[in-house]
Design a protein around this ligand. Sequence first.
Ligand code: 4NP
Length: 159
Amino acid sequence: MSRILFICLGNICRSPMAEAVMRKLVKERGLEAKYEIDSAGLISYHEGEGADPRMKFHAKRHGYLLTHISRPVREMDFDLFDLIVSMDDSNWERLHRLAPTVEAETKIVRMTDYCRTHVIDHVPDPYYGGDQGFENVIEILEDACEGLLEELEKLEGKV
Ligand code: 4NP
């Protein structure tokens, strides 16, 4: 069982989208029993809210239903999850400050390190931008989640 936690700032745009993309990929491949997938944010400002309506709208256009309710990341997440996936450098740095141990820090990775077609180092925050930003997030996350799942399956010697 691999437990994956996607992290962004507010947990209403990028990380719930990553969670939905990963869930769909895992389901399509019949791997649901092997993966536990969740998302969380670095701020609690949107705690208890569903995803941003703009993210939901664009997600739906691509066949994803966003049902996640925003929650802040907690110290115990570093015990509960095997991989903590950050969307940008700011997330990555804040996660390192939150990690309770050096071992916990080794679980933190960057989403874009798994991209296979995009050459980028972060998933741009779409919150203050327009429609294209949200479309861009989905395109990047589809690329990155495919790469991540392939990597994890390879580690198990299954691909
Ligand atoms: P996310 O986007 O980190 O992808 O969920 C944002 C959501 C909320 C805010 C910023 C980014 N905010 O400033 O409230």
